[in-house]
Ligand binder design. Structure first.
Ligand SMILES: NC(=O)C1=CN([C@@H]2O[C@H](COP(=O)(O)OP(=O)(O)OC[C@H]3O[C@@H](n4cnc5c(N)ncnc54)[C@H](O)[C@@H]3O)[C@@H](O)[C@H]2O)[C@@H](O)CC1
Ligand SMILES: [K+]
Length: 470
């Protein structure tokens, strides 16, 4: 599990170091780590290689300049383009004293032809509103010429706390200080960051704003069957999804539960023939159930509230998906209930605009969990799991191949299988969402959800072996 910090948290922790900040020691630590990463990228013989610094007006530019000083001492040829009139004074003086050369905007563009790499020190956590003017043109030129870019703290133009892909550099490597920022883990901004190297510069950061799961967490929490597991130990999922109008949702949600690893699935909804035709292992008789899944593909259904109330009244772990989200009525929810809205459904649940949810997905997921007392899985390009305690964790991310009709149905089924196996709702949601993403990473391409979910079954055993794209 990794942690993500807000810009405010990073700033507070920097200030709390007092002397380390004032004396410039923090910047020296940042610059030293940055120079090491640049040297690693340059390979065995850094002497004579060419590095171009893009240096903005703030401390981000200071980091780049002090790293440049270290590179010059190792024989690297370092040029610097100042994107602003004033740059970090001491850093600039040291850079020039060490033999660094200044280039203007036009020469910087020309220098891309034979630069081995660019260090992007235009803007860091102080950047607002995206890259503009000559710096934006330069960033585009780096991309066009495929010049490797190492971003200082974050690709200039992105805002640390935001998932929005503002005009910015696209980095191959981002060297970030203290801890990860949201823009480095949330899509689409994260796709601009390349490989993220987190450098400890001695900040004392408390509880993070956001946690993130990795494939190792999935392997650690997946309910692996033991030598004496029977179908009840692995969990029985009761499914009421789909309708005459949407029989596909019945099949897809049931497939999610089956291919996620449920011991048994009982389908008790309105599309039994379609489900049994696709999955003869599914039982349609009533009987013992360890977790419920309701709502996917219901459409409008007069008895929706009664079904939801009955399931929740049983007190069993329950996934409430799609149309069932709006049939909760006065039902008492709790940490054993998992709500699985996408942004539009969450907006409706909270009576806010969809754009508000999209601007602050984690905050709205957290609010919904604290107001309902249930666990909330907010689906989308980045998938957030919010718990009533206020903790928000990001599932493993995957490619946008999963952005298609039916993915939500299979995802609900995967989560229900994890609940039936006894996983707490927060873990069940993280397992389901992460497994789907890992399957899409390892079996990329335009495959329908009924195919992708079969690959979930393929990647589960691979979690314990090397060679998986994590
Ligand atoms: N505070 C410190 O001592 C440390 C800070 N560190 C570095 O300092 C960075 C933060 O430094 P700053 O607070 O100086 O902020 P930045 O270096 O991110 O830049 C802030 C400056 O850019 C201007 N600006 C903001 N948005 C702009 C835009 N879109 N176009 C053009 N100019 C824009 C602002 O007016 C301000 O002058 C971190 O990201 C990190 O790289 C590290 O050196 C570690 C220690
Ligand atoms: K930067």
């Amino acid at each position: 599990m990794d942690s993500v910090f807000t810009v405010a948290e990073i700033r507070r922790a920097e200030e709390a170091t007092g002397d380390l900040l004032a004396s410039g020691e923090l910047m020296q630590r940042a610059a030293s780590a940055l120079a090491s990463v640049v040297l690693d990228e340059l390979g065995d013989r850094p002497r004579g290689r060419r590095v171009l610094l893009a240096v903005g007006s703030g401390n981000n530019g200071g980091d780049a300049l002090w790293a440049g000083v270290r590179l010059l001492r190792r024989g690297v040829r370092v040029d610097a383009w100042r994107t602003a009139d004033a740059v970090h004074e001491e850093g600039w003086a040291a850079f020039v004293a060490a033999g660094g050369r200044e280039v203007d905007a036009m020469s910087a563009l020309e220098a891309l032809v034979d630069a081995d790499l660019v260090v992007d020190g235009v803007l860091g956590i102080g950047g607002r509103g995206g890259l503009r003017g000559a710096a934006a043109v330069f960033a585009q030129a780096c991309a066009d010429t495929q010049t490797p870019v190492i971003a200082v703290d974050l690709p200039s133009g992105l805002e640390g706390d935001s998932c929005v892909a503002l005009p910015s550099f696209a980095a191959d490597v981002t060297v970030t200080f203290g801890g990860r920022k949201a823009c480095q883990v949330l899509q689409p901004a994260a796709s601009r960051c390349g490989r993220v190297v987190v450098v400890d510069i001695g900040l004392d950061l408390g509880e993070p704003e956001l946690w993130t799961w990795s494939a190792a967490d999935v392997a650690a929490h997946y309910p692996w069957p033991g030598p004496d597991s029977d179908k009840y130990a692995r969990g029985v999922v009761g499914v009421d999804t789909g309708s005459a109008t949407y029989p596909g949702a019945a099949v897809l949600a049931t497939m999610g539960a089956v291919y996620g690893g449920a011991g048994m699935v009982r389908y008790l909804g309105a599309a039994r023939d379609a489900v049994v035709a696709a999955l003869p292992n599914v039982v349609t008789a009533a009987g013992r159930v360890q977790a419920w899944l309701v709502g996917s593909g219901w459409g409008s259904r007069p008895d929706a509230s009664a079904i939801v109330a009955w399931c929740l009244g049983e007190g069993l772990p329950t996934v409430v998906d799609a149309d069932a989200l709006f049939a909760l009525g006065d039902a008492t929810l709790g940490g054993h209930v998992l709500l699985t809205p996408h942004a539009g459904e969450l907006a409706r649940l909270l009576s806010v605009e969809r754009s508000a949810v999209e601007a602050d997905p984690a905050g709205h997921a957290r609010r919904a969990a604290s107001e309902t007392g249930a666990v909330v899985l907010l689906k989308g390009a980045s998938q957030y799991v919010a718990e009533p305690s206020g903790r928000v964790t990001l599932a493993v991310g995957g490619p946008a191949w999963t952005a298609q009709a039916g993915s939500g149905d299979t995802l609900a089924g995967l989560c229900a299988a994890m609940l039936a196996a006894g996983r707490p709702a927060g873990e069940a949601a993280l397992l389901g969402a992460s497994l789907q993403a890992i399957a899409a990473r390892n079996f990329p391409g335009p495959r329908p959800p009924q195919d992708l979910v079969r690959h979930v079954a393929d990647v589960i055993p691979m979690l314990r072996s090397p060679g998986l794209d994590r």
